[in-house]
Unconditional design. Structure first.
Length: 210
């Protein structure tokens, strides 16, 4: 999928970025910000990133990660480091899954489990390893303690990745086709559908029946 540079796509990206900023800067306790333990919280911030990935591709979704990082750092600088890596690993897993599915005919019954599996696996494994280093660096913990503490975050990361990918994919799939065409989401962003949109617009124009 080519990088979108049209004003419509940029405007939609800005809307999703605003959603992320709102979720992070103005969290609703126990609704959009559910605390677990040791500073780990479950939140829906990653869902807009998944939707943007499916709608516009890798570059736009990667742009949202530093925006999310800045929003979190505003109130929790250390937490932003962990969250930034976590969402990056989830997105990286989805990118790998998309590369595997490239140039193949499939429906969402096939694609969704693959996306979810890769997103969850990359986040869980990536964060387990990364947390070992971050816990030592940020908290001065010895290696043995960092390994044990990092292990306790594996299941919460799996849960968060499942929430993000499943809900993100579900929302994307149920978007009405006419809206997806107008917004040029996913496959509708190709030149073929640009031409289709132009033809449809011409058909809607009134004609003189003189």
């Amino acid at each position: 999928m080519k990088l979108r540079t049209d004003s419509r796509s940029i405007a939609i990206l800005a809307i999703f970025a605003a959603m992320i900023l709102a979720l992070e800067i103005l969290p609703v306790p126990l609704l959009t910000d559910i605390p677990l333990f040791a500073g780990f919280t479950l939140d829906p911030t990653g869902i807009p990133i998944i939707i943007v990935f499916l709608a516009f591709g890798s570059v736009f979704s990667l742009i949202l990660i530093p925006i999310m990082w800045i929003a979190i750092a505003y109130r929790n600088p250390i937490g932003s480091v962990f969250k930034g890596f976590a969402e990056f690993y989830t997105l990286f897993g989805l990118i790998i899954a998309k590369l595997l599915l490239r140039n193949r005919s499939y429906d969402w019954k096939v694609a969704a489990p693959i996306y979810v599996t890769f997103g969850v696996a990359f986040r869980a494994i990536g964060m387990y390893v990364t947390n070992i280093f971050l816990i030592q660096w940020l908290y001065g913990s010895p290696l043995e303690g960092a390994i044990i503490l990092s292990g306790t975050f594996v299941i919460p990361n799996i849960i968060q990745a499942l929430i993000n990918t499943l809900i993100g994919i579900l929302i994307f799939v149920i978007i009405p086709e006419n809206l997806a065409i107008q917004a040029r989401f996913g496959k509708y962003g190709t030149d073929e559908y640009d031409r289709y949109e132009e033809i449809s617009a011409e058909e809607l124009e009134p004609t003189d029946n003189e």
